[in-house]
Design a protein around this ligand. Structure first.
Ligand code: NGS
Length: 361
């Protein structure tokens, strides 16, 4: 730092001595005409500038790499986060809690809804995918509540709100798949995805949002179902899936990463327009690829479901469910069609606005 400051100072003095209002070229020409010594001097000035630039560049590179890897000297966070509280009550959202403005309620969360523990290196890096449309109050509640928990779980996480644009029939499968692809463009090293319905609030922070060995269904016990799992093949609500990034990066996304869960099952089916069925279809995919579904104990995997108006039921969902296994390789993340309309960064979330097209007539 000191060396660079001295170097900067010399550079500024040099510039103020030899640069005037006419700029560098003007000075260069005039002094050239005067004598050869000056020419040599300016040649050395060029060298000086070049050396300065190289030095500054290398300094910035090193400085940035040191500041980015600030955690190198820190230890890993403990396997069991010390601040977990167990069962939680759901608090009202304060009136001044704003969805888009900087929130004073989660001051440790960085722009874009990103967090990493300050005092230790997170053991788990997680992307939370929240498919969304038109439930502003519910989203407020979800963000207010969930950020607190994920911080206590000492995760390195980012919340992505993936919004379907326009007031057309909802297609959760396309929203999930497109969001998954956009996240991998944005953060190619994301190892773990949690697909999270916006209306579910976790009410026991021991239910860790970590990367599972198998796909993990996290919302086992929901108040709406009196805290019982309605049927064993249910994987809707909150589902975690592991992603093993390939060292060679995003360019091999479709080729070399089939071994990991989301791509192995080809993501969600894109055929379900309206409410219901896409999660049951996902279960068929998981099972047919010989993966298991893990579940944490119902005593901690507890959720409160926020009340909201329901979407239009999909009358064709049973028809598609019957052919779920035959469509795995031809319908999913490998051929999802969408347009990303915008990417925005708010204090508490990264926002993708997605045009999924229209349901076939
Ligand atoms: C089933 C739906 C699932 C849904 C589950 C729970 O009936 O998509 O209810 O829904 N399957 C079909 O319709 C084929 S919930 O009450 O939690 O919104 O996830």
């Amino acid at each position: 730092m000191i060396l660079t400051s001295i170097w900067n100072l010399i550079y500024i003095i040099q510039r103020s001595l030899f640069y005037n209002n006419h700029g560098y070229k003007y000075m260069h020409r005039n002094v050239r005409q005067q004598n050869n010594i000056s020419i040599n001097y300016f040649e050395s000035m060029d060298q000086f500038e070049e050396t300065y630039r190289t030095f500054l560049h290398s300094f910035l590179k090193n400085y940035l790499s040191i500041s980015n890897s600030r955690n190198i000297s820190l230890n890993y966070c403990p396997p069991i986060p010390p601040d977990l509280r167990g069962p939680l009550t759901v608090n009202e959202v304060p009136i001044d809690f704003s969805l888009r403005m900087n929130s004073s309620y989660h001051h440790d969360v960085k722009f874009g809804g990103y967090y990493q523990p300050k005092t230790c290196v997170a053991r788990h890096k997680v992307a939370i995918i929240v498919p969304y449309r038109d439930r502003r109050e519910i989203l407020r509640h979800f963000l207010f509540h969930t950020h607190q928990i994920l911080q206590r779980q000492q995760l390195d996480y980012r919340i992505y709100v993936c919004e379907q644009a326009f007031n057309k029939t909802f297609n959760k499968g396309i929203v999930m798949n497109s969001c998954f692809k956009e996240i991998l463009k944005f953060q190619p090293d994301t190892p773990c995805f949690i697909m999270h319905d916006v209306d579910l609030l976790l009410i026991d922070d021991r239910n860790m949002y970590t990367c599972p060995t198998f796909p993990r269904h996290l919302s086992v016990a929901i108040d709406k179902f009196r805290f019982y799992l309605p049927y064993t093949s249910l994987v809707g609500g909150v589902l975690g899936m592991k992603y093993f990034p390939d060292k060679r990066g995003f360019s091999v996304f479709y080729l070399a990463m089939r071994r990991e869960h989301y791509l192995l099952v080809n993501g969600y089916s894109t055929e379900y327009w309206g409410w219901g069925g896409e999660d049951d279809d996902m279960y068929a995919r998981i099972i047919s690829k010989e993966l298991k579904v893990e579940r944490p104990p119902a005593s901690i995997a507890r959720y409160k479901m926020l009340k909201h108006t329901h979407q239009k039921l999909n009358p064709a969902r049973m028809k598609f469910l019957r052919t779920a296994q035959t469509r795995i390789n031809s319908d999913g993340v490998n051929n999802v069609k969408y347009h990303l309309l915008s990417t925005s960064f708010y204090h508490l979330y990264t926002h993708f606005l997605i045009d999924v097209g229209e349901a076939p007539k």
